[in-house]
Ligand binder design. Structure first.
Ligand code: PLP
Length: 367
């Protein structure tokens, strides 16, 4: 049996009729850049997260950068980010001209460790970007308290956490804004690139709307420096269709995670992910840890079971950040886990028999 890491073809086949119709409507109306399809999606996406406003943009990286621009983060500022995240989180800080300051992750949930934030705060700190990595919300109560106590802006990177909640509150609504990615492989993925910022702050919303469109409040009136970060009409229409399925898809991901846990929980050399109390984990990724990660990944690949590593080189060790002077070992948990983590196949299309087969192979290799 071949087990894909992610099966976007199967997902498209399951909603082809709706998607094809939506694409045809965009073609018929020629509303290609922002426009009514994007607006409809923005309203529905904001509602899905109990937020007042949503600004559709053309990637998760653009969402983060636009948010930092709108909040006037600039050269000389420091922004606290987790070491354990995708590179785009600190990259957006650098694009804004500011400096990312990394913080280690906690050993249980892989997200930014609140206990280690205080030591990273300096007189130059302006903001914290917290990431809800793999689909699990970070410890927002503690992190928000630290941000408030130190007068820091709190931005949420929700690129992997659509519809995730903590104690019934949606991610993206704890801080000043939440930034999402709709990269095709995400829980809610475009057929191309896409992103969004949600917020409850009307002024921030208005500024973000200008920034995504060359700083214009009105056509050809450029009040501030912005960017071309408009979401494409086609992506808005596609995302609006897919959003209707997202609750159901998320529940299927959560059931798949339960089955993995049931099948793998007793294997000694495997740590399965744990859900934080009060957290609704949406399992963008199902990440296990094992001391024999590389051998296991090769064995699974030889058996046509495809896995991933998120991420093999932590951000502070990337060549692009050499000049910041970090080294391997600076963040003990992140650095140790980078050699142990393995993302197993995960999507709403994954079938129970594929999970059981994957787990049988893992058990055969490790026990
Ligand atoms: C945590 C995180 N932040 C930001 C991004 C950037 O999103 P995009 O690829 O849409 O620019 C991603 C996407 O992979 C991500 O996983």
């Amino acid at each position: 049996m071949k087990v894909n890491f992610l099966d976007l073809k199967a997902q498209y086949a399951s909603i082809k009729h709706e998607i094809d119709k939506a694409i045809q409507e965009v073609l018929d109306s020629c509303a290609f850049a922002a426009g009514p399809f994007v607006k409809s999606f923005e309203e529905n996406f904001a509602k899905a997260h109990n937020a007042k406003y949503c600004v559709g943009v053309n990637s998760g990286t653009a969402a983060l950068h636009a948010a930092l621009m709108a909040l006037e983060i600039k050269a000389g500022d420091e922004v606290i980010v987790p070491a354990n995240t995708f590179f785009a989180t600190p990259e957006a800080v650098s694009l804004a001209g500011a400096t990312p300051v990394f913080v280690d992750c906690d050993p249980d949930y892989y997200n930014m460790d609140p206990a280690k934030i205080q030591a990273a705060i300096t007189a130059k700190s302006r903001a914290i970007i917290v990431v809800h990595l793999y689909g699990q919300p970070a410890q927002m109560d503690k992190i928000k308290q630290i941000a408030d106590d130190n007068n820091l802006l709190l931005i949420e990177d929700c690129a992997q956490a659509h519809l995730s909640q903590l104690n019934g509150q949606s991610v993206g609504t704890f801080g000043v804004c939440g930034c999402f990615s709709f990269y095709p492989g995400k829980n809610l993925g475009a057929y191309g690139e896409g992103g969004a910022v949600i917020t409850n702050d009307e002024d921030l919303y208005k500024k973000l709307m200008m920034i995504r469109d060359h700083g214009m409040p009105r056509k050809y009136h450029h009040d501030i420096i912005g960017h071309n970060y408009r979401m494409e009409g086609m992506q808005g229409a596609i995302l609006d269709v897919k959003l209707k399925h997202l609750e159901d898809w998320t529940e299927r991901r959560r059931r798949n995670a339960d089955l993995y846990r049931k099948c793998l929980g007793d294997i000694q050399d495997i740590q399965v992910p744990t859900e934080m109390p009060g957290a609704k984990h949406v399992y963008h990724l199902f990440v296990i840890r094992t001391s024999r990660r590389d051998e296991l990944q090769q064995y699974l690949s030889d058996n046509q079971i495809y896995t991933g590593i998120h991420y093999p080189i932590p951000c502070h060790q990337q060549k692009a950040y050499e000049s910041l002077g970090y080294k391997k070992g600076d963040f003990a948990v992140t650095d140790e886990y980078a050699d142990q983590i393995l993302s197993l196949p995960m999507s709403e299309q994954l079938k129970p028999e594929e999970i059981e087969y994957t787990c049988q192979k893992i058990r055969a290799f490790l026990t």
